[in-house]
Unconditional design. Sequence first.
Length: 372
Amino acid sequence: MKQTIAHMVLNDFVNDNRVLKECRSLIAKGYEVSVFCLKSDRTVKNEVVDGIHIHRLALWTDKLPSFCNPLKYLEFLIRMQMPLRKFDILHVNDFEPLPTAWLVKKFKSRIKLVYDSHEYQREKNGMGSSTKKMIEMLEPIMIKSADAVITVSEGIEEEYKRLFHLDKVTVIFNAPHRVEVAKKDLFRTRFNLAADVKIFLYQGAFHANRGVEQVIEAFGKMKGEKVAAVFMGSGPLQSKVEEGSEQFDNVFYHPAVPYSEILEHTASADFGLLTTENVCLNHYYCMPNKLFEYIQAGLPIISTDLFDCRRLIEKEKIGLILTEESADGYMEAVRRACKLEPGHFDSALAVAKEKYHWALEEKKLISIYEEL
């Protein structure tokens, strides 16, 4: 009889590629996988995708104003108790669903609990003081009930071991599948850029504290130089990106593309920008999807000085680190990159592509489940 797994996320499970990869890998190994998430206006309540049974909860409290979020959370916790008790394993993604799973396990001790922390939960940027205090109080208690703990970077692994006195925390990187990506020059064609113009790609969400404004300012100051910045994605700062593309002739906006098309677009640039600002420990210890997407697309990386990103980039010799998080810092790094010989990072990137991809991360995930 197949073991049953309930993955839990507090989103609508439309763009959660890490959880999707994990579910597919577990199904391929013979597990029966369900995902419990939230209903949104863009989703159906129940569906099966790639063998994953997706159950979206439509909260009765969802129409209440934002200050009623504790009530919404309480509703989720209560209504999930009975459906989750029939599963063999609960796989919790981030802290928010952890209290729900922890309570289920209190009533059904046979259930195994996997805590998959995608971030440094108590140190996220912009988190309110009451939320921070709640996580600081509850996470140390509830993590002790977990049969396995997973996270996304070695920095967070070290912190979790220190904070919670854990013997083992498994790092599973947010790496894409290993692929060979043909260079199609999609950006050069779309924006009519000359062959000798170096394209620097910002890929992902346009959020605050992600260097959007500094990158636009830097390229605006490099007018006349053979460099271009392409912003591919969407988000709250999209209007700033569009304004920058109108103001400067070397700044370009490209709409977000489906996940299946990301890498062929990524490979159309010359350098990948990793611009997360070091404003909190969660940022400092992050290892974003784009880091590994750049590697698979064969792009050398220009990164802010973040703990884990610096360690990987310098260890593998696949990019440059900013000297400062400012427009001047980006200008210096871009000019430094342009002085390098063509193909300077190619051999190191070829090696890194074989070391950071999902087939290797999947083995770590399956090993955890086999030991439960």
